[in-house]
Design a binder for this molecule. Structure first.
Ligand code: ATP
Ligand code: MG
Length: 305
């Protein structure tokens, strides 16, 4: 595959999983085992194309960095063992680390709980020219916090806001709106926001957990808490569906990427990022006449040194 073909392929692949209007979205419409128009035997070719695609990504990132105007925020959400870490590692393997930061958001600290819920994410937004990656994000505020209402009680919110009888239902709706507004704000300030939900099946999660238990090198990845969260599978799926329905927008679309085949997840995620950067079409800043004269002068000085 040459670069033009990869570009075209990326465009089609990313469009397949992009949700820009959540109203009609159903999680059950996307099969976690889907591999697009590819066949399992295409795995090797797809991975080769991914390597080329990542090289193209690095070139685009270099231009984005040089422009120093626009930025990209990539948000990854998923159930445990869906492959967030692997997808991030692969996709970013070729980019210049100076222009790229990854932040993982875990259970909030006491300091973080003493602020509004967006605060900790705002402090880690990418600079202009950078690609910022959120490994989990403020979306946990309508996911884990919704599945475990006791977490809300720790957020030091005014009681009227979390009043179960009067306001509780509105609270999630309100958070969706706040998130949509926040993402619109980012967009108006030159940022592209791309959100990924790596959609794993319950069976595949079980297989991956068992592998983590059986293979000594993977033991460290297993936590008993993950198995406990699995008991809330349906509640999470429900929360994810509602979240995507409410927050998939034209300016900040969700990409629901099938995650039962790791190689395909990586290819589809990379394709989406390549497509977004291609659309931005960054370019190295051009130099005006004054600057060119300055450069010529500096060159002469160096030669005559
Ligand atoms: P992995 O398990 O693959 O290392 P992970 O992203 O699951 O990656 P963990 O160390 O398990 O990382 O920690 C993330 C945990 O923190 C998740 O269970 C997540 O739901 C929780 N978390 C993240 N944000 C919040 C939040 N705002 N409030 C409460 N819990 C949160
Ligand atoms: Mg985990």
């Amino acid at each position: 595959m040459d670069l033009d073909e990869i570009r075209e392929h990326s465009r089609r692949l990313s469009a397949r999983y992009r949700i820009t209007d959540g109203h009609k979205f159903r999680l059950s419409d996307i099969d976690p085992d889907d591999i697009g128009n590819l066949k399992k035997s295409d795995k090797k070719d797809a991975e080769e194309a991914l390597t080329l695609g990542i090289r193209a990504l690095a070139d685009l990132q270099g231009k984005l960095y040089a422009e120093h105007q626009r930025g990209i925020l990539l948000i990854f959400q998923a159930m445990d063992a869906a492959g967030k870490d692997g997808a991030i590692e692969h996709v970013m393997s070729g980019v210049n680390p100076q222009g790229c930061e990854v932040h993982s958001f875990k259970a909030p600290s006491a300091e973080e709980l003493s602020h509004d819920y967006l605060w900790r994410c705002i402090t880690r937004l990418p600079e202009q020219g950078h690609i910022g990656i959120f490994n989990r994000s403020y979306y946990e505020e309508v996911l884990v916090v919704r599945v475990h209402p006791e977490l809300l009680a720790k957020q030091n919110l005014p009681p009227a806001l979390v009043d179960q009888k009067n306001n509780y239902k509105n609270l999630w709706q309100q958070r969706y709106e706040e998130i949509n507004n926040f993402e619109r704000y980012l967009c108006h300030n030159g940022y592209v926001v791309l959100k990924f939900f790596l959609h794993l099946s319950k069976d595949e999660q079980k297989k991956r957990f068992l592998a983590r238990l059986d293979e000594p090198d993977k033991n460290w990845k297993f936590s008993v808490a993950d198995a406990a969260e699995r008991q809330h599978w349906d509640a999470y799926q429900h929360a994810y569906e509602k979240m995507i329905r409410a927050t998939a927008t034209e300016i900040a679309p969700w990409h629901v990427i099938p995650a039962d085949n790791k190689w395909f997840t990586r290819v589809a995620v990379a394709a989406t990022i390549i497509e977004a950067l291609n659309k931005l079409n960054p370019a190295y800043p051009t130099v005006d006449d004054d600057k060119r004269a300055e450069l010529a002068k500096a060159k002469r000085a160096l030669i005559e040194e």
